[in-house]
Design a protein around this ligand. Structure first.
Ligand SMILES: N#Cc1c(N)ncnc1-c1cnn(CCN2CCOCC2)c1
Length: 285
């Protein structure tokens, strides 16, 4: 099959019939590096979580999933982490919704009191819950470049008013539904990025992955403490080890980080399984 795209953690292939095959790798990224070694089963765990969310959200927006059966010719090791999807005309906007202020949104807020042109109350800090979830779209930067924030007016210029309104409505609704369900299970979804595309029939369809720790910030709710960086549900063991004296890594050097030790790999794998089982109520395996 023909390779089309590679992201940090997933690849896209073209199948003979014109559909696409989206394959999740077991790789994990931190501090803008793809780390070594992989986290066993991460691709399968997050693919199964995303498939579950697609089912939960089918009443909000149709999705691009065709089949989870491994197509002929695909390596057996892709089983469980490869999804046959419809080929769409992707919308040229990264659709992001935020329910909490952190990362690039916090930086923009500190400079301007707003995020993507949306004015926010004074006095917010890192990790603050926003009064309402907001649509904070960005451009789709080329590989290696940074996505740039877009105001809603810029989205309108890019795709027209009606589509812009629909992008905002779908993105915020998916965030609200995901954040509410996750909160009931002890996980804060601080923000999420979705990808939307047009089907040949002109329908707006949810693509990519949805509400996974790769597309969203997952925080343990019982450790939420606004006023500084929040612990990551899935990546905190990795971040703490990489910045520990034991790792001996100088982040400012630009050198790639050292490989993760086995106990960090295993504890991180366990966190992905914990997120899957708490959210879906299903045992992984
Ligand atoms: N999903 C999807 C999809 C689709 N259903 N139809 C056409 N194009 C795309 C597509 C093309 N690029 N991306 C960006 C993110 N990719 C995700 C997969 O892994 C590689 C990166 C999405």
């Amino acid at each position: 099959m023909k390779h089309l795209h590679s992201g940090k953690v997933r690849d896209l292939y073209e199948l003979p019939g014109g559909e696409l095959l989206m394959v999740a790798r077991d790789t994990i990224s931190a501090y803008d590096f793809v780390l070594e070694p992989v986290i066993p089963d991460k691709g399968k765990i997050l693919t199964q979580l995303s498939l579950w969310w697609f089912e939960q959200l089918a009443d909000v927006v149709p999705n691009h999933v065709i089949s989870t059966e491994l197509p002929d010719g695909a390596p057996a090791e892709w089983a469980g982490r490869a999804v046959v999807v419809r080929r769409l005309e992707m919308v040229p906007v990264e659709c992001v919704a935020r329910g909490y202020l952190t990362g690039s949104g916090l930086k923009e807020y500190r400079r301007s009191g707003s995020v993507c042109g949306v004015p926010l109350p004074e006095g917010l800090v890192d990790g603050s819950k926003l009064p309402e979830p907001i649509f904070t779209p960005t451009t789709k930067a080329a590989l290696g470049a940074h996505d740039e924030p877009m105001t809603f007016a810029e989205v309108v210029s890019a795709v027209g008013a009606e589509v812009a309104e629909r992008l905002r409505e779908v993105t915020v609704e998916i965030y609200r539904r995901g954040a509410r369900l996750a909160a009931e299970r002890g996980i804060i979804v601080a923000d999420t990025k979705i990808e939307l595309g047009w089907s040949p029939e002109g329908e707006l369809v949810l693509a990519d992955e949805v509400l996974t720790p790769d597309s969203s910030r997952f925080w343990p709710a019982d450790r939420w403490a606004p006023g500084g960086p929040q612990p990551s549900f899935d990546k905190q063991f990795v971040r703490d080890w990489l910045t520990s004296a034991e790792a001996g890594w100088d982040r400012a050097s630009g050198d790639p980080p050292p490989p993760l030790p086995p106990h960090i790999v295993e504890r991180t794998r366990a966190k992905y399984i914990e997120a899957y089982e708490r959210l879906t109520g299903r045992a992984f395996g």
